[in-house]
Design a protein around this ligand. Structure first.
Ligand SMILES: *Cc1c(COP(=O)(O)O)cnc(C)c1O
Length: 378
């Protein structure tokens, strides 16, 4: 336990309380800035956000229509507590993946599942291995659960170095966090590297394979995560409706895992962690795979064009299988702040910035803002 003192100003409150661990040991997640915040701060009308990898094409119009119809026709959806077990969504996911419903956990975004996994699988002082430049929720969730993050340096072009991650596993390691594709670098590891990793990783270590961007991947050597779950009971695959499905506002994602693993996650899940509306939206979204295919293709084209335009301006984006690009830069935070003042929100990340691939118009805005900065040195 750690003590926190709140020192009041003259005559103000004074108090001291105890928290589970020292405040600085629990880093705070820094989300992409909301459009409204930047509009207000700089007095701008037109602000675009390329900072949180949301889907610029939006959700399927069919899903929107069906969801709105259900919401107006069915007040039960409003007044009843949701089905905490998300049976309907799990049934649809079970059919989609040929995976038993008992092996599916549903959470308020993959984020919540990351936290549930850390809470249930880590005890104080247990270690969790992760890429040094990977999804910030891994070290945060690990810390919150009392665990110790073990960051492993990245390989070339921001790739996860799986052999080095294997070597980082020690007697206290309980979890390895792997994002494939990786965020914020956008890179993937292939089947061969994944198979070699699985052959070596101890079965006592939970391998969390976060596939938040899987729908965007076109690399034919991308590993089949869900198939690995069937062969290895220590593998958990995370998926989300926030990215390619365009439902980030609803907060819903899921895990495919062994039923034994799901049972343990259920112990720490709040009874009504996902809303009825989110469950319904996700269930409907699974019926329109054509929309996901459209999004994947539109993104692939827009990403290639944006990459080319950025390269022409001297940037060297990492290879990406996602809807974002990682641009190495020696002052990422400064560049992000200057772009923000021009009404373009991007994400400063260690060693550079990360820009989401937007619509053609949004990408043009980004490029124009970069060109305007160019005169004054980026
Ligand atoms: C966006 C993202 C998630 C979380 O998404 P949710 O909105 O919480 O479902 C998880 N992992 C990675 C790598 C992400 O980029």
């Amino acid at each position: 336990m750690a003590y926190v003192k709140v020192s009041g100003k003259k005559g103000g409150r004074k108090m001291a309380f105890s928290v589970r661990m020292k405040p600085l040991d629990v880093p705070i997640y820094e989300p992409g800035k909301p459009i409204a915040e930047i509009r207000e701060r700089y007095g701008l009308d037109a602000v675009i956000k390329l900072a949180s990898n949301e889907n610029p094409y939006g959700p399927s119009p069919k899903v929107q229509e069906a969801l709105l119809a259900r919401l107006s026709a069915d007040p039960e959806l409003w007044l009843r507590y949701p089905d905490g077990a998300a049976r309907e969504l799990k049934r649809a996911l079970s059919l989609r993946w040929g995976h038993p419903a008992e092996g599916i956990a549903v959470g308020a975004g993959a984020d919540e599942l990351i936290q549930l996994i850390a809470l249930r699988f880590l005890a104080d002082g247990d270690e969790a291995v992760m890429g040094e430049l990977s999804f910030p929720m891994y070290p945060i969730a690990t810390r919150i659960a009392g665990g110790v993050p073990i960051p492993v340096p990245m390989g070339p072009e921001g790739r996860l170095d799986l052999p080095a991650m294997l070597r980082a596993i020690g007697p206290r390691t309980r979890i390895v966090w792997l994002a494939n594709p990786n965020n914020p670098t956008g890179t993937v590891f292939d089947r061969e590297r994944w198979a070699a990793f699985l052959a070596e990783v101890p079965e006592t270590v939970l391998v969390v394979l976060d596939e938040a961007y899987a729908e965007y991947v076109s690399d034919p050597n991308y590993p089949d995560g869900p198939a690995a779950v069937r062969r290895h009971p220590n593998v958990v695959v995370l998926r989300t409706f926030s990215k390619a499905y365009g439902l980030a506002g609803f907060r819903i994602g899921y895990a495919l895992a062994a039923p034994e693993v799901v049972r343990e996650l259920e112990r720490v899940r709040k009874p009504f962690n996902t809303s009825a509306v989110a469950q319904l939206a996700a269930t409907l979204a699974l019926e329109d795979e054509a929309h996901v295919a459209f999004v994947r293709e539109a993104n692939r084209k827009a990403r290639a064009a944006l990459r080319q335009a950025l390269e022409a301006r001297g940037f060297r984006p990492y290879p990406s299988e996602t809807n974002f690009l990682y641009l190495p830069h020696d002052d990422g935070r400064g560049l992000a702040t200057r772009l923000e003042a021009a009404g373009v929100i991007v994400r400063p990340v260690p060693g550079g910035i990360r820009v989401s691939v937007g619509t053609e118009a949004e990408n043009a805005r980004l490029l124009a803002a970069l060109d305007a900065l160019e005169g004054r040195r980026r």
